[in-house]
Design a protein around this ligand. Sequence first.
Ligand SMILES: CC(C)(COP(=O)(O)OP(=O)(O)OC[C@H]1O[C@@H](n2cnc3c(N)ncnc32)[C@H](O)[C@@H]1OP(=O)(O)O)[C@@H](O)C(=O)NCCC(=O)NCCS
Length: 320
Amino acid sequence: MKTINLRPAELERDFGQIAALFSLTEDEPTSELGLKVDYEEHRERIIRLMVAEDEQGELLGFNWATRSRFDANQAYFYVIVKPEQRGQGAGLRLYEDLEKTIAEAQAKKLRVNIRDTCPECRAFAERRGFSEKRHLFAMALDLDALDDRPYDEIIARLKSEGFQFTSMEALGNTEEAQRKLYILNDTAAASTPGTDGEHSWTSFEDFQKHVCQSDWYKPAGQMVAIDTATGSWAAMSAITRMEGRDYAYNLFTGVDMPYCGRKLGQAVKVLALRYAREVLNVNSVRTHHNTRNLPMIAIDRKLGYTPLPGTFLMEKNLEA
Ligand SMILES: CC(C)(COP(=O)(O)OP(=O)(O)OC[C@H]1O[C@@H](n2cnc3c(N)ncnc32)[C@H](O)[C@@H]1OP(=O)(O)O)[C@@H](O)C(=O)NCCC(=O)NCCS
């Protein structure tokens, strides 16, 4: 039997290897520096961060648990073991250590994201009492192949019905506009099928900090449709290009409930895609959807997006 020792992770000694393990299991690469910044930012909410090593001091894997900023009763975590070191008990040791610490820290709900291409990862979680809460998958669009001409007619019809298509940049990105964007984004996101009404932000100030003041927020890429008869914000579609990426990313597209079914979602999304092609200078776009969000998936399929692998959000209630 392999000897496995657990010790607290150390920034200088371990973060290079931990970042490499994150890069192996996440869609996007994680740099050592980026991980250190992330650690400093979330430090006060981190409940546990341990590495497992063998007798020779080789790092086998790590655990990392953070308390949710929305709900002190909830924690999300990672347990990742080097692929060549799996099946020898390291994952189990790291998981058991983590669950015990979380229970002591009095968090009651545990959440983890697991790649849908790793059946043994899901089985490991299921055997520890986790069940699927949501299935998120990625979709990608080749912008060179996008024929957006049919949407001109839809956009023209909506304009004639009194909708103004604009962007946060054109609206001056004022606080007033940001408040309206927040209300529309938050309401539409919470009513997305498959999301259980969960909110992404705790307040307008939280939205401002995490969206409007983030380095990826591009006012010109935040498209909105306004009903000029009432001044109501009816639809939005936000797009950006993350630093170092050669593709654009659709952040969120949403329509306010009373305006659903009028093709406003498709119209604002096409405007965001045109902006990506013309201004962000990319020829592909990616996005993520939960599998129950059928209306949005149907729109994207029609636009030519194709599915890619994704993740299961798995949850366990420690009180049960
Ligand atoms: C999931 C993951 C962490 C498991 O790590 P691991 O080191 O292979 O896990 P273990 O070896 O401890 O356990 C795997 C199985 O081997 C068994 N096992 C434990 N000790 C063992 C040993 N000495 N020899 C052989 N098998 C052993 C475990 O009991 C477990 O089986 P069970 O789930 O039926 O009880 C790993 O596959 C991984 O890093 N995946 C990617 C990240 C991920 O999805 N993490 C989320 C996990 S909730």
